[in-house]
Design a protein around this ligand. Structure first.
Ligand code: AMP
Ligand code: ZN
Length: 456
């Protein structure tokens, strides 16, 4: 089955044709792990997951990579603030992110490369760019010379003449304000993040990380690259410039960008201080699956206005949809399956795909067992945990329906941080579960949850 995707590069819907038959090489820009992910970030990661699941549903084999940015200015500032090493900070927030992934039923990508593990490769790429005349050394770092790049304007549809000096990076001896840093020389302020390189000790700029990690994991030309719309310029524009200059080949066939989660008419972001985390969603009594349903209710190319009423509506809808799942699994209805395949492969049309699930749920000509089979088939892409089995953990299955969704979600988050051996956070979550009136006990067969006896 063909998959159609909206390619930011051409600003059009295109039939997806992989570079290698039936195999898709896909890279996602991941988080900077200096803080909790907010639900805007998580929308983008859920969309990445839907894209992977859709490609797999359509019969492709996907090789999925998401990077972890663990060296940059924000990391340095936060590590200093908290008095911990950058490594500790990165480890903690990566664990939190993976716990969110687990709670949201986001399949962990096949590779999660960390920037600090790939600095050697980045310096090789920068050496090549210097040698070939695409980069130059200035007083505070190495810069990419934008004037040397071919088609720099294409992805972002920039008009560079009209574009004011948007990128302000400080070196006084930069050739043009648009030139961007590939490497920043060591300063006394660096919190021990400098690496040796032939062109001078320092640390990589943000953009070069993704160019190198994508090349290392997937090769010089990849099928799909994704991120939020804020990354189109300058991050992805600069990734293309560097990679194509260094490798002499097209970098990416299809660029997929997810629109923002908005709150009161503004982009949700840490810097605006208007962000909400998954933990808050759960503490308010909602299941992470309700948030996932809320995200699927909008097309990924539309802005998604976050409201608590919206999440509540999603939770009610999801509970009703779950009530159509029976104990016996019959046969998948072929007509509905075909319509589902057509809908979801049409640029990931999740709102129409959900509407189709409701059509199945309400179709009285189908037996409950066949409805169940058909809805569970759709759920391979939705990932809404409609079957307790697909709720992806032993834990989810055992506690479903008896334990409230928010306790279930906290228990899953705790399980994920325990797997990562983050005992301090696991204890914190246990205390939180206790404060909500539940007890969690680790047994040989996994965690056991029970109502806390208040008299104890
Ligand atoms: P960051 O950790 O800020 O680099 O962001 C991680 C991912 O989340 C990137 O792909 C961003 O484009 C995306 N992102 C950031 N803010 C939002 C938002 N409000 N809505 C949707 N995606 C976002
Ligand atoms: Zn990136």
């Amino acid at each position: 089955m063909d998959v159609t995707l909206f390619n930011t590069l051409t600003r059009s819907l295109e039939k997806f044709v992989p570079l290698h038959e039936r195999e898709v090489r896909m890279y996602h820009c991941g988080p900077t792990v200096y803080d909790f992910a907010h639900i805007g970030n998580l929308r983008t990661f859920i969309v990445n997951d839907i894209l992977r699941r859709t490609l797999e549903y359509a019969g492709y084999e996907v090789n999925q990579v998401m990077n972890i940015t663990d060296v940059d200015d924000k990391m340095i500032a936060r590590a200093r603030e908290e008095g911990v090493s950058i490594q500790t900070l990165a480890r903690e927030y990566t664990n939190f992110l993976l716990a969110d992934f687990k709670a949201l039923n986001i399949i962990t990508p096949h590779h999660l490369p960390r920037a600090t593990e790939h600095v050697g490769g980045m310096t090789v790429m920068i050496e090549k760019l210097l040698r070939d005349g695409f980069a130059y050394v200035a007083s505070d770092g190495v810069y990419f010379e934008v004037a040397k790049a071919k088609n720099y304007e294409t992805l972002a549809h920039l008009n560079l003449d009209a574009e004011t000096e948007a990128r302000v990076e400080s070196a006084r001896d930069k050739k043009s304000p648009r030139d961007f840093a590939l490497w920043k020389f060591e300063t006394s302020d660096d919190h021990n993040t400098a690496y040796d390189a032939s062109f001078g000790r320092g640390r990589p700029g943000w953009h070069i990380e993704c160019s190198e990690m994508a090349r290392d994991a997937l090769g010089e030309t990849i099928d799909i690259h994704t991120g939020g719309v804020d990354l189109i310029f300058p991050h992805h524009t600069n990734e293309i410039a560097q990679s194509e200059a260094a490798n002499g080949k097209p970098f990416v066939k299809v660029w997929v960008h997810t629109e923002f989660v908005m709150i009161d008419g503004q982009k949700m972001s840490k810097s605006l201080g208007n962000h909400t985390t998954l933990k808050t969603v759960v503490e308010k009594g909602f299941s992470p699956f309700a948030f996932r349903y809320f995200v699927l209710g909008a097309n990924y190319r539309s802005k998604l206005n976050f409201t608590w009423e919206g999440v509540e509506g999603a939770q009610t809808a999801l509970t009703r949809l779950e009530s159509h799942i029976g104990a016996d699994v019959g046969t998948i209805n072929a007509d509905y399956q075909k319509r589902f395949m057509e809908t979801i492969t049409a640029d990931l049309d999740t709102p129409r795909a959900l509407a189709l699930a409701w059509e199945v749920a309400k179709d009285n000509s189908l037996s409950i067992a066949d409805k169940t089979a058909t809805l569970l088939d759709f759920d391979r892409v939705f990932g809404l945990g409609l079957a307790s089995e697909s709720a992806d953990s032993r834990l989810g299955r055992r506690i479903k329906s008896v334990i409230p969704a928010n306790i279930e979600a906290l228990a899953r988050m705790r399980e994920a941080v325990r797997l990562a051996k983050n005992w301090a956070e696991s204890d914190k979550i246990r205390v939180e579960i206790n404060s909500l009136g539940w007890n969690i006990e680790d047994t040989d067969k996994g965690p056991k949850i029970s109502k806390l006896d208040r008299k104890q």
